[in-house]
Design a binder for this molecule. Sequence first.
Ligand code: PLP
Length: 465
Amino acid sequence: MYANSLVELDRAHLIHPVASWRGHEKAGVRLLASAKGATVTDATGRTLVDGFSGLWCVNAGYGHESIVEAASRQMRELPYATGYFGLGSEPAVRLAAALAERSPGDLNHVYFTLGGSDAIDSCVRFIRYYFNAKGEPDRDQFISLEQGYHGSSTVGAGLTALPAFHQGFGLPFPWQHKIASHYPYRNPAGTDDATVIATSVAALRTKVAEIGPERVAAFFAEPIQGSGGVIVPPRGWMKAMRDTCSQLGILFVADEVITGFGRTGPLFACAEDDVVPDLLTVAKGLTSGYVPMGAVFLTDHVYDTIADGAGRSAVGHGFTYSAHPVSAAVGLEVLRLYEEGGLLENGRVMGARLMDGLNSLRDHPLVGDVRGRGMLAAIELVTDKEMKTPLPAAADPSRRIFDRAWDNGLVVRAFAQGAIGYAPPLCCTPEEIDAIVDKTRRVLDLTLEDADVRAAMRQVSRYAV
Ligand code: PLP
């Protein structure tokens, strides 16, 4: 009864992110009631393995008492402190220093936001200010990748390259340009690492030449494209793009909102790629989703150019909740758990187990590609492995596969193109990783029995004969 009335209240009043509003009214909300470790429990008492850490954010896993303690202690002592007027709080200062110490290269300056979208938005504002301060105000053009995701703010959604974020919103803006994704599995130029990297480098050079080399401000990229379908570039891709940006005199922004904080192994994926971006964004794993927080890191030269450009004037960018002390206290404790609590190490071991498990699914007739790094992975389903034919749109993969996994006690991300995404908490046990793989095989077997999928497979084999 209680859950039913909540479903009705949700229908009537709560707008859900990136949902078909009418579709959601029809389907109704699935309420989650509690969670511990890598297990979530819904309002009916069913338990599920959370193979997606909420929204790839609960990297530490659920139910850490020490995080709850850190937040409540801070709430009791000082629940809020503004960063305006030169004021501040101890946890925010300590977190900024701890992050600067651990970040690659000289990304020594941290601006805290509430999440990833406003981190990207802040980045765009800082970059515009930077070039104005440098006396290059015409550098106002931005480039990002097809299939990229950079949040949902008014400007960020135009750097994002997913159609739903553009249609009906008048986006992208004319100053927001795209180049093709590296997408190794489906790269038309070829799938070997060297070709994929060379093609992206050439595409960036061509795009900059087209726009005008003196007009381009920055290139944005995720170390692994998340919302586009967990698309993993070859090793060396980030470095090649970074170096190309340096040669072209444009800023390189690494969007680590998903890949940060142990998701791919280290605290920052860039570190593994031997890359120091000019600016770097994080969120999600920064507080492990327990409270909202994101951040933008600035290298010394970006910070100094803005600081000197502004001189005695204020740099007019700020949020009431920037550097929120409760979020910062949570961030410090989460960082301790990653490092001293062994979560990064466990994530590395479990990430290898996850990749082994998913690779064991390659023999399944529907599995065309398996890709990932650490605890961030995907399998891409096809009806013909040789032709790489995607599942038919009629199979509505994003809905049907999500529902099917859910019914089998597993939470995953099901992408529209028929890929299944995984981002389990770093605290997973070997048994939980194995359960994710076993349940996935069950989902694949059930999908293989769908009439529309079978028809698509028959059609493909008829053409092949
Ligand atoms: N950038 C990337 C790479 C993301 O994956 C996301 C969210 O998933 C964002 C930015 C936006 O973050 P948020 O949803 O916290 O606003």
